[in-house]
Design a protein around this ligand. Structure first.
Ligand code: SF4
Length: 315
């Protein structure tokens, strides 16, 4: 007889306000009745392959850089934000820009400009190469250094006593970032930081929600793409409980061998992963035997961001 399984469904999970806003922005532009040209999107609008493929199928054209966008066309900047250099390039090409940068990423850019203007060296805690970090770094490249763990604090080439401030990527591990900031404070007692935490509410809430179910699960599945930072951090939270945890693109990625000894399966989804993919995972588990689903909610989210205003001008 098939094993009866319980799915512990973490909440909050799936889309955050910044992701909803970014996807809505592209959908709005695609649906405009007077649209006669493609809608270009620089980089993945959010880090999820299903979302990108869906929008591409409806007419969005995803590009890596702006030199792939024809002069005068409409381009959307992704939720992860862009550097001032990219904004300048858009202006030079006469592009009509619709900026879907999450307002919580914009807040970090504003802080970077403020700290650099008062003469601080900025330690940006984040993953080099991630689009969000590239954008924030670009606000003050001469005075910013990037580190991604407390182990890198000792090697920082900043004179003791120099004015110094830190910022963080919005989707980091809450726990590891606390250790990094503590190490920075120990080495640089004059360290100043942002007025409120840069790790966003959605990343924090999703990590806490996984934390709450991981201790009662035999394994944890997190729905999300491999380039989704916040999803990867959720997997790490579960792994710290000593249980297997897997990041899966969708139900097709489940290896049945993972489930043979699992009676309680923790399930969540990163902030860029659609809820329908979570439902697909539950359906797949049901196809393997009876399943009881129990949701465990650790926070209520009621944040919504206003739509971006198109800026720029057609040449
Ligand atoms: Fe904004 Fe956080 Fe969502 Fe990123 S994960 S889009 S920073 S709310």
């Amino acid at each position: 007889m098939s094993r009866h399984r319980t799915v512990l469904l973490a909440a909050p999970r799936s889309f955050c306000a910044g992701v909803e806003r970014a996807i809505d922005t592209v959908e709005y532009l695609l649906a405009a009745p007077d649209r006669h040209e493609p809608v270009y999107v620089r980089k993945q609008i959010v880090h999820n392959a299903h979302v990108v493929n869906d929008l591409a199928g409806r007419g969005a054209v995803f590009v890596e850089e702006l030199d792939e966008v024809p002069h005068g066309a409409t381009v959307v900047f992704s939720a992860h934000g862009v550097s001032p250099q990219v904004r300048r390039q858009a202006a030079e090409r006469g592009l009509r820009v619709v900026d879907a940068t999450c307002p919580l990423v914009t807040k970090v850019h504003t802080e970077a400009k403020r700290f650099a203007a008062r003469g601080d060296m900025i330690v940006l805690v984040g993953h080099a190469g991630h689009e969000e970090v590239e954008g924030t770094f670009g606000e003050a490249p001469e005075s910013t250094v990037i580190i991604d763990s407390p182990d890198h604090v000792a090697a920082l080439q900043i004179p003791d006593g120099a004015p110094i401030a830190y910022l963080t990527q919005t989707t980091l591990s809450v726990e590891e970032t606390e250790r990094t900031v503590r190490a920075l404070h120990e080495r640089f007692p004059q360290l100043r930081g942002p007025s409120s935490a840069d790790i966003c509410y959605a990343s924090t809430n999703r990590q806490h929600a996984v934390e709450a179910i991981a201790g009662r699960s035999d394994l944890v599945l997190v729905v999300g793409s491999t380039n989704s930072s916040n999803s990867q951090r959720m997997v790490e939270v579960a792994e710290r409980h000593g249980i297997p945890a897997y990041l899966i693109e969708d139900a097709a990625a489940i290896d049945p061998d993972w489930l043979t000894a699992a009676t309680v399966i923790g399930l969540s989804a990163g902030a860029s992963a659609p809820q329908r993919l979570v439902e697909g995972v539950i359906d797949a588990l049901r196809s393997m035997g009876p399943v009881t689903v129990r949701e465990h909610r650790t926070a209520v989210e009621d944040i919504a961001f206003a739509a971006p205003t198109p800026v720029g001008r057609r040449s």
